[in-house]
Design a protein around this ligand. Structure first.
Ligand SMILES: O=C(O)CCC(=O)C(=O)O
Ligand SMILES: [Fe+2]
Length: 309
């Protein structure tokens, strides 16, 4: 799948690019974009700053551990939910939640706070543009404040996958979907991100999302699948480890604010149709998501209406 050239949204190929985005969101739920608004130098600095953080001696990193960090806005963790997982993922990461520029500059680590903040702001613009396109194509009109509510919770993670002596025995990130609305992912050149493609004949195949210099990966999350009543696919993905080099990736997760009620958008489910998802309070969805070990798209069942019962 060639990457989508976002600069063409401003020219006479606008509609073609819109259709490429919609098609990708309806099928794989994953695509890559180039010629976006995040400068290449910033992308390099973000990756460098991730290495700077993780290369620090342990005693400088432990102060940010979940149990002792002075702020919930910055946490250094391993795996996904170590308290409940049977097998840990081969991954350390930091989670930087955005509330204001002042908080970010106060609580995020000095090795990466400035570039992470800049990356968050610019990639949020990409999210907003893509979300408007996707919602517009559903035939639904939402005002700007509603769009903001659907992506108002923003967090930048920096994932670090150390080189692994025996990659066949480990997983970088287990099979999961992202909880939120849209994720933007910056990956380095090592590779290892795979997405599950469900074929019409019921078979499945794992496709690699190959590193492309200058590209950002975009994927649909659970919230957007629910909002679109299943039209856009939050896809299952995983990360394999490698034996030779450590890998970094930096996702920006955009999620609804916790007080939003998330269900199929108004007008989307016509009189003679059935909704596939019920409306959930986003805080409840998140509590369930973060309280469950990674297991494919199982977390979406929290909002699914099961007609078989
Ligand atoms: O490292 C990657 O390429 C993807 C990480 C990921 O899926 C996540 O952090 O949710
Ligand atoms: Fe993910």
């Amino acid at each position: 799948m060639p990457p989508i050239d976002l600069s063409k949204l401003n020219g006479n190929e606008h509609e073609k690019v819109v259709n490429e985005i919609v098609r990708a969101a309806e099928t794989l739920g994953f695509f890559q974009v180039v010629n976006h608004c995040v400068p290449l130098e910033l992308m390099e600095s973000v990756k460098d700053s991730a290495h700077k953080f993780f290369n620090m001696p342990p005693e400088e990193k432990v102060v940010y551990r979940k149990s002792v960090s002075p702020s919930l806005k910055m946490r250094y963790q391993t795996s996904f939910a170590p308290e409940i997982e049977n097998v840990l993922e081969w991954k350390d990461y930091i989670n930087m939640v955005y509330s204001s520029d002042e908080d970010a500059l106060q609580y995020w680590p000095k090795q990466c706070k400035e570039v992470a903040l800049e990356y968050l702001k610019l990639s949020s613009k990409i999210v907003k543009d893509i979300l408007k396109i996707l919602i517009g194509k559903l035939g639904v009109e939402l005002d700007d404040s509603k769009i903001e509510g659907l992506i108002g919770l923003k967090m930048v993670n920096m994932n670090y996958y150390p080189a692994c002596p025996n990659p066949d025995l480990t997983v970088g990130v287990g099979r999961h979907s992202d909880a939120g609305t849209i994720t933007v992912l910056l990956q380095d050149g090592i590779g290892g991100l795979y997405v599950k493609e469900e074929k019409d004949d019921g078979k499945e195949e794992w496709l690699e999302i190959p590193p492309i210099p200058g590209a950002l990966v975009i994927n649909v999350g659970d919230a957007l699948e629910i909002l679109s009543n299943g039209k856009y696919k939050s896809s299952e993905h995983r990360v394999m480890t490698t034996s030779t080099q450590s890998r970094v990736s930096i996702p920006l997760f955009t999620l609804p604010i916790v007080t939003e009620r998330i269900g199929p958008l108004p007008g989307l489910v016509k009189n003679d149709e059935l909704a596939d998802y019920r409306e959930v309070l986003w805080q409840d969805y998140m509590d369930n998501f973060y309280g469950t070990a990674h297991e494919g798209k199982k977390t979406l069942e929290f909002a699914k209406i099961n007609f078989a019962q």
